[in-house]
Design a protein around this ligand. Structure first.
Ligand code: URA
Length: 511
């Protein structure tokens, strides 16, 4: 019997597996032992201080850590590795298909002590010429497929449910997230977020270890993390109580679809989402119908038809993904941390449409939470409106930016990106059926109309667009750009006027 130790994930297993294949050891003669926890970090506790942060020394520092992919070849067959035989001679090459390489790499992240044995059995059988081993009808193949599928799901979940929380200024990363991945996808997730968050530093802590991005490199550390300290640090934040209040206020029990909710936001993630702990209570309320009567009066009250828009007719519907999260109709998703859907009650009479999420919105996954959001909050406050009574959204749902040093600078979305996203805006309009749509800035105005017009001509002149009124005004970030205080005041006053006008048109008194 031969005992092989895997110390370092797929890359380490691969080397051992090749050694065993070269030696001709059948799977039944090999025992796989996994070495875990703290081995690579050299420290048991994670620290948020860069200086104290353990830096692993075995190739786990840097983006490619543990992911030296076998897929570099462009033919169908890929070379898993070239191994030197024990005696000098021709190197032995083991060639596997692209499909198998992907399956092995994904399944290697499946958290189970059996994974290395299964992977070796599959590789051994492949090497023996048994191609059925990659089929889902084969017992080993089926196990491999189901592990790879679970890992793909865990990757998706990590992408969707990691929530970064801004830390007080001080040493260490600017953002902190606590996440409990179902499989060993932390390294993968770290690369994903590093690509999307530019030079902004962060740390993702998990029960199994942590990933730290200092703006240039990823450092992965294994070993127990002080979960209570991380959670306490996150809970100390100011934004969470506000977000909880907001979430509670937009939750519409009359529209509750429990199975869709569970599908989109599996229960295991609730405890680490700011809004998570509220959900069971709100579902219970909805079930008991406590709020249903009050809400039903509002929901469906407006007959309104779909607003006809040129852009919508121009969209090829067949290419439309079914969820916003899965939308790949333009390239903006690649560099965004989160997709940012509209937020607010479906019963809102007034919808505000901005341009696209900014830096803060991209990190938080929520609309108008950054500097432009503060200007908007002030505008709404002066117009006497409670933000949570309105539906807030954007023409484009991903943040478009370019890196400038440590900063991610906003870039105006191109027309094709606005067109690509029009489906989602129309879907929100159709769902909410607002009496009035307030467009903030030129991009939003053009997106709602489906054609290019001059904001100057539309500002202060409400128009009918299908069943809704359209009120055009400036974007709040315009107020941030003007350096003259009097002009800034005039811009904000103009926006307040627009919201008040919308309120009159909607027949709605401010809250
Ligand atoms: N600017 C926008 O247009 N939308 C946001 O959500 C934030 C900034």
């Amino acid at each position: 019997m031969h005992t092989l130790v895997v110390n370092g994930g797929y890359a380490a297993w691969r080397l051992q597996a090749l050694r065993a294949l070269r030696a001709g050891w059948p799977p039944s003669r090999v025992t796989w032992v996994e070495k875990v926890s703290g081995v690579r970090s050299g420290s048991a506790q994670m620290s948020l201080d860069y200086a104290a942060q353990p830096v692993s020394s075995d190739g786990m520092r840097g983006r490619a850590a543990g992911h030296d992919c076998d897929l570099a070849h462009d033919s169908d067959a890929v070379c898993i590795a070239t191994v030197q035989p024990a005696t000098p001679g021709t190197p032995t090459q083991i060639r596997i298909s692209r499909e198998l390489a992907t399956l092995l790499q994904d399944a290697a992240l499946y958290r189970s002590p059996q994974r290395w044995g299964l992977l070796y059995r599959v590789l051994w059988r492949w090497e023996q010429g048994d191609r059925a081993v990659v089929s889902a009808a084969d017992e080993d193949g089926a196990a491999l497929h189901s592990m790879a599928k679970a890992v793909r799901r865990a990757k998706h979940d990590m992408q969707a449910y990691v929530r970064f929380h801004q830390r007080e200024a001080g040493d260490g990363p600017e953002y902190l997230a606590w996440y409990e991945p179902e499989h060993d996808v932390l390294a993968w997730g770290a690369e994903h977020f590093a690509r999307r968050m530019g030079a902004t530093s962060w740390c993702i802590a998990t029960p199994q270890g942590a990933a730290l991005w200092d703006g240039q490199d990823i450092t992965l550390s294994e070993g127990p993390v002080d979960a209570d300290a991380i959670r306490a640090s996150i809970a100390a934040e100011q934004i969470e109580p506000l977000w909880k209040i907001y979430y509670q206020s937009i939750f519409n029990p009359a529209r509750l679809n429990e199975s869709a909710l569970h599908q989109r936001m599996p229960v295991r993630f609730w405890k680490n989402l700011p809004e998570g702990p509220l959900i069971p209570g709100m579902i219970a309320d909805a079930r008991s119908g406590a709020q249903r009567v009050g809400q039903a009066r509002t929901v469906g009250q407006r007959p309104g038809r779909q607003i006809a828009m040129d852009a919508q007719q121009a969209q090829p519907q067949r290419a439309m993904p079914t969820t916003l999260e899965a939308c790949r109709r333009c390239e903006l998703w690649r560099n965004a941390t989160h997709v940012v859907p509209g937020q607010g009650p479906d019963s809102a009479r007034i919808m505000l449409v901005g341009e696209q999420p900014g830096d803060q919105e991209d990190l938080a996954g929520r609309v108008f939470v950054g500097p432009a959001g503060q200007v908007l909050n002030e505008t709404l406050h002066r117009a006497g409106f409670a933000r949570e009574s309105l539906f807030l959204t954007n023409a484009v749902k991903h943040f478009k930016w370019i890196a400038r040093g440590k900063r991610r600078l906003h870039q105006t979305p191109a027309q094709r990106e606005v067109d690509a996203c029009a489906h989602w805006l129309h879907e929100e309009i159709e769902r909410v059926r607002p009496a009035v749509i307030v467009t903030l800035g030129a991009t939003a105005l053009n997106a709602v109309l489906g054609r290019k017009v001059s904001l100057q001509q539309y500002r202060g002149r409400p128009q009918r667009v299908g069943e809704a009124w359209l009120v055009a005004t400036w974007h709040p970030s315009y107020a941030l750009r003007v350096d003259d205080a009097a002009k800034r005041e005039a811009v904000i006053a103009g926006m307040v006027d627009a919201v008040e006008q919308a309120s009159r048109l909607a027949g709605e008194r401010p809250a």
